[in-house]
Design a protein around this ligand. Sequence first.
Ligand SMILES: Cc1cc2nc3c(=O)[nH]c(=O)nc-3n(C[C@H](O)[C@H](O)[C@H](O)COP(=O)(O)O)c2cc1C
Length: 250
Amino acid sequence: MTNPCVCALQSASKLSTSANLTVASLRVNYSNQGLDETQLTPDPIALFSTWFDQARSAQEHEPNAMCLSTADESGRPSARMVLLKAFDQRGFVWYTNYQSRKASNLSRNPFASLTFWWPTMERSVRIEGPVVRVPVEESDAYFHSRPPSSRLGAIVSDQSKEIKNRQLLELRWQELQDAHLDDDGQLTRPIERPSHWGGYRLIPDRIEFWKGRSARLHDRIVYQRDLPELSDHNLDQLAKLQWATKRLQP
Ligand SMILES: Cc1cc2nc3c(=O)[nH]c(=O)nc-3n(C[C@H](O)[C@H](O)[C@H](O)COP(=O)(O)O)c2cc1C
């Protein structure tokens, strides 16, 4: 008699072999439009700004979505997507829950990496550096610019903590809505930013621009600089620091 477990394993392995063959054959050829040294700006924030605008014009889906990588105190990495909400000479800002897994990582190991991927443009950008919390006034201003439902969403979720079922979350959500919104979704009382929700700013000391090229001979240009001891007071001075660039092999 055929053992059903063996049969199941055999068909699972056949499936994974054919799926893997298909995965292995997936391949996109990039165009030959490149990134050369003549396109570089003295500071990489200006070049990022140009690439970001071009990604928006190319109608990339959520061009501000970026993969945020952190590591815990033992060096174990974890990565997740977040949305870029501001950038300038002081750094790159996103908002989240200060009690989440990423926040726990950052409290013990305050360095992170951000990766953007804009497939239509065949471009990627990697940004690395130390991370600080944004000042509370900045978090307040952004929090109050969000629609009421997003503000309540920030309150309702103990992000990254276990919850027994979704109904509990929806119950909490309904209670908060009843307490803050009328039947037309209009606010009946102010929604304060919870202290466990706010922004982080990554202060870049390394930014790599990647452009896909044909035959896998991609362009990679990296900007690097040394950062001084950081405080809220000297962030505005960062624009004066010089960046060095070099080309990396693909
Ligand atoms: C496109 C996209 C954008 C996201 N943006 C955010 C964000 O801005 N802030 C956030 O806290 N989570 C965001 N999330 C959810 C996170 O990826 C993640 O699930 C959540 O932050 C919990 O991560 P953690 O447990 O590692 O802290 C986003 C997810 C996706 C797919």
